[in-house]
Write a protein that binds this ligand. Structure first.
Ligand code: UGA
Length: 450
């Protein structure tokens, strides 16, 4: 099919590339001249495993093209995706200006193109309930083009986005037109493995499904994070509890990992938006509010724990931060717990050294010379009074810990992601503080005896 994707940011580029990879002809529209040049040079402007290779393959074959010209790009399009950003405003409400601008531009282009076949506009951006209906009414008023609107929320995780797109649990399509539903079914045919996985519903249900999915996942994490407080007070182990409840098929094991808080460009934004969507109808959502409060408190609790257990004043203490990205396999630092934890430590007078395999350049723009930057975790920890591990990069669990302990001022690790092994920490001479799990407190003394 002939497809246009407006917006080649994270979601748009993954969508455009993956649709090209399943046989469609796709034009990606990007207005940012720098980003467009990067794309036209055959490079991927974001770090996402597998995306660059797939993009280059289909760009080279001509199945995937890039332009900044909406009119030309939509000339023959059967399906037009709107995949522009809907970032949060300062008050937590959704900034719809990019989507409105894209909608208007597509509307003008359709009016000029005067095609006589059905064009389906697909809203991929995460938008409040009612947006698709408004867009449809707007297009109906403004153009005579034969056009339908469907909502098609994305459920891509950064780091596994290509896999998530090509092997989806489900594809959610919201709308009112059976013809548009059929068009979307045809578009996604190569990746619909089970008919039940292709779901059609009304616009508002699809729009709210997106927010509900992210809020539910964030709620599971916040619940487990709150449980870490009980675990630490009563001597329980959150990992055992995770296994204990995750094996119940009604609960399931995913998204129950406790840590120093969730981050990223989606959970914090979408949970906040859901709160505002509720408020807009005069409903104060206690539940959604609690998800956010627990998350904020967990980041502070982690930083406070460092100060309590450090065994020396935080002023002038050197804290080595391992991991800056909001999760592993990405260079994305948006709403990363590292932002809050580092800010807290700096405000209390700590000297922070930091490292990350992918996200360091992004974080340098935030903290500049307030933080000392290290190329790797081993050099980052030299002379440190403690390590704070904030991202679950797999390589952090196989470091030469004995050597690291020997170079530190005091061998203490605060594991904000519960990704290190207690026994290894004990054996290599570390004092070790995970989240909601028993700590190793006697290792320091043992080391000194030796
Ligand atoms: C999330 C959703 O998982 C996707 O389904 C959704 O499409 C996407 O948001 C979006 O709305 O675009 P993403 O933000 O890429 O994807 O990352 P996740 O893997 O969901 O992780 C989010 C945060 O939760 C990370 O900080 C991660 O470390 C944390 N997390 C995740 C936990 O603390 N515990 C867990 O058990 C899982």
């Amino acid at each position: 099919m002939d497809v246009t994707v407006i917006g080649c940011g994270y979601v748009g580029l993954v969508t455009a590339t993956c649709l090209a990879s399943i046989g469609h002809t796709v034009r990606g529209v990007e207005k940012d001249p720098r980003k467009l040049k990067t794309l036209k040079d055959g490079h991927c402007p974001i770090f996402e495993p597998g995306l660059q290779e797939l993009m280059q393959e289909h760009y080279a074959s001509g199945a995937l093209q890039f332009t900044d010209n909406v009119k030309a790009a939509t000339q023959d399009a059967e399906v037009i995706f709107l995949a522009v950003g809907t970032p949060p405003k300062a008050d937590g409400t959704v900034d719809m200006s990019y989507l409105e601008a894209a909608g208007k531009e597509v509307c003008d282009a359709l009016a000029e193109n005067e095609n006589d076949y059905l064009v389906t506009i697909v809203v991929k951006s995460t938008v409040p309930a009612g947006t698709n209906r408004k867009l449809y009414n707007f297009l109906k008023q403004q153009t005579k083009a034969y056009v339908q609107v469907v909502s098609n929320p994305e459920f891509l995780r950064e780091g596994t986005a290509v896999h998530d797109f090509l092997e989806p649990d489900r594809i959610v399509i919201g709308g009112e037109s059976p013809e548009a539903f059929r068009m979307m079914r045809r578009l996604y045919d190569p990746i619909v493995k089970r008919e039940e996985a292709f779901m059609t519903m009304n616009w508002e249900s699809a729009e709210l499904t997106k927010y509900a999915a992210n809020a539910m996942l964030a709620a599971r994490i916040s619940f487990m994070n709150e449980m870490t407080i009980l675990c630490e007070a009563y001597g329980a182990d959150i990992e055992e509890i995770r296994k204990g409840i995750g094996s119940d098929f009604r609960i399931g094991p995913a998204f129950l990992k406790a840590g120093c808080g969730y981050g990223g460009s989606c959970f914090p934004k979408d949970v906040a938006a859901l709160e505002h969507i509720s408020r807009a109808i005069g409903h104060e959502s206690l539940f959604v509010n609690a998800i956010q409060k627990i998350n904020t408190a967990q980041k502070v609790r982690f930083a406070e724990k460092i100060m309590q257990k450090l065994g020396r004043p935080i002023v002038g203490a050197k804290i080595a931060v391992w991991g800056l990205a909001f999760k592993a396999d990405t260079d994305d630092i948006r709403e990363s717990p590292a932002l809050d934890v580092i800010r807290h430590l700096l405000d209390k007078g700590a000297h922070v050294t930091a490292t990350d395999p992918k996200a360091m350049e992004n974080m340098k723009h935030v903290f500049k010379d307030e933080v000392e930057w290290s190329p790797d975790p081993v050099s980052c920890a030299v002379g440190a009074d403690a390590v704070a591990l904030l991202t679950d990069w797999p390589q952090y669990s196989t470091l030469p810990f004995r050597k690291i302990a020997a170079t530190m001022n005091q061998p203490i690790i605060f594991d904000g992601r519960n990704c290190l092994h207690r026994d290894l920490m004990r054996e290599t001479g570390f004092q070790y503080y995970p989240m909601g799990r028993p700590a190793v407190e006697n290792a320091l003394r043992l080391k000194h005896k030796v």
